[in-house]
Design a protein around this ligand. Structure first.
Ligand code: GDP
Ligand code: MG
Length: 371
């Protein structure tokens, strides 16, 4: 705010209202009512009286950071790739996700009902797995880029064989490139009479995407998401590329997981979908994400089945959150609930302090302008 009441200022600088009023009186400004509107000059003078340091004091509170992993990950086991499907509107992203999801039900002996948890796993007859994010691709990317961490290992770029390379196709290529994530091209709707996959291959060249059979090294698969043709081949290609990428993660040590999404559900309370990145998450574990924490009460997989433990590359929905975490945040395991509380208290305190400084700076800026 550019002007503030006495009680507003008391909130802002975290002092009791009666204390602030006493200070104001001692400054010779009289006895001011709680809703008296202070001028920016008054505010600055009062704030100086409280000796508020405009530099955030060195943080001594407890916090937790993702662990450092070695450059050489070869000692760790392989994990499934995490895949984002991108492409122009109507080129068949949703249809492809649905078809992939169904293929995973057929493969699972449980044959459960798929639950939307923001991601799902597909298992090949060989037992190899791939995890597909079904949150909007761009959301996954903006999170990934802002956090500088990889939520997605590779992109399946869907291009409709009866259309061409369209604006969102180009955008997806750009996203993948700037995040340094490899692409597999899926030329979709090859069942259509007017389909011209060759035209797509040529169209992609203009955007620097050179597919295998055009002399490049980008894998390409012709599919029909609607009819289900080429889907297994697509997943095989994904798994193959994942092997080349040599995706590995430690299955022990403190858990790190990306929050895919979170929601409040009737009967289940607060839950969040997590993508395990490092370590193995178990029921009873305590994780901290942003200003929230969770003692994992229950976990379910993408088929709605209860699971007790989740390993890297696996999506699960977890209940037991005290507050809703935000998508894109990283959840990190801590040893105890008391430590989780301490970390959150510290984070909230730091956020409040930063906000106070921002507001005081805004008031000061206003004062400078008015002079
Ligand atoms: P999105 O906007 O990329 O999610 O595209 P959708 O998955 O919603 O698909 C757009 C339309 O294309 C829908 O009417 C689909 O039924 C249709 N479609 C998607 N894949 C195929 C396919 O492989 N063949 C045919 N013939 N139609 C498809
Ligand atoms: Mg769609």
């Amino acid at each position: 705010p550019d002007a503030v009441t006495v009680s507003g200022l008391a909130d802002l600088i975290h002092v009791r209202l009666d204390h602030l009023q006493r200070v104001i009186t001692n400054m010779g400004m009289g006895e001011l009512h709680h809703d008296y509107m202070l001028t920016p000059e008054d505010t600055t003078a009062i704030v100086l009286e409280f000796d508020i340091n405009p530099i955030i004091t060195e943080d001594k509170g407890k916090d937790v950071q993702p662990r450092d992993l070695p450059d050489d990950m070869s000692e760790f086991p392989l994990r499934p790739p995490v895949v984002t499907i991108m492409g122009h509107v109507d080129h068949g992203k949703t249809t492809l996700l649905d078809t992939l999801r169904k293929s995973s039900i057929v493969d699972s002996e449980a044959g459960g009902i798929t639950q939307h948890i923001g991601a799902f796993a597909v298992t090949l007859p060989s037992g190899q797995r791939a995890t597909f994010l079904d949150t909007p691709g761009h959301a996954a990317f903006s999170n990934m880029r802002s956090r500088g961490a990889h939520m997605t290992d590779l992109v399946v770029l869907v291009v409709s064989a009866d259309d061409g390379v369209m604006p969102q196709t180009a955008e997806a290529i750009e996203h993948a490139r700037s995040a340094d994530v490899p692409i597999i091209v899926a030329i979709n709707k090859c069942d259509k009479p007017g389909a011209n996959p060759q035209k797509i291959r040529e169209g992609l060249l203009k955007y620097g995407v050179q597919v295998e059979d055009m002399g490049g090294d980008v894998q390409v698969v012709e599919i029909s998401a609607l009819k289900g043709t080429g889907i297994e081949l697509l997943v095989e290609n994904i798994v193959l590329l994942a092997e080349v990428l040599d995706l590995r993660a430690p299955t022990d040590g403190p858990v790190e997981a990306a929050i895919i999404e979170s929601q409040s559900e009737k009967g289940r309370g607060l839950s969040a979908s997590l993508l395990i990145q490092n370590g193995s998450l178990s029921v009873g574990d305590i994780i901290v994400a942003g200003q929230s924490y969770c003692r994992i009460r229950s976990m379910t997989n993408d088929l709605g089945k209860a699971v007790k433990i989740a390993e890297p590359g696996t999506p699960v929905s977890a209940t037991g959150w005290k507050d809703l975490p935000e998508a894109g945040q990283t959840a990190i395991q801590v040893e105890s609930e008391s430590l989780a509380k301490e970390i959150i208290e510290n984070r909230i305190g730091k956020a409040k302090q930063a906000e106070t400084l921002k507001q005081i700076q805004a008031i000061n800026a206003k004062r400078l302008v008015s002079h």
